[in-house]
Design a protein around this ligand. Sequence first.
Ligand code: 5GP
Ligand code: ZN
Length: 116
Amino acid sequence: MEGKDCLFCRIVDGDIPADVIYESDTVLAFRDINPQAPTHVLIIPRRHISTINDLTAEDQELVGGLFTAAKDVAQQEGLAEDGYRTVMNCGEGAGQSVFHIHLHLLGGRIMNWPPG
Ligand code: 5GP
Ligand code: ZN
């Protein structure tokens, strides 16, 4: 499922609107449509990768880039000092519903542990 069949590829292509708050050559970040915290941002690679299970050694820099983008977005959103959570769900059993990898960045409230 990629290209026109993938929701997040369509957001990357500009076919579906999103509230984009950060972009680089390789990464895009936009607000989640159904936020689970006062700040809930999704950070995705522009290139389609379905799940963590599909990663290869060649993707290491790209995945690292999701985290450095998360750091920048957290700073931008004023979350860096109080703290925030990053989550990447893998597979339906973990709650993944869009099969184009994305790092959730959640903050603006106390984040409980363990997660549900
Ligand atoms: P997952 O459940 O796969 O870890 O996360 C998918 C996330 O994508 C969910 O938090 C969901 O609210 C969000 N989402 C689903 N469809 C859209 C959409 O069309 N636009 C945006 N901005 N977020 C979406
Ligand atoms: Zn995709």
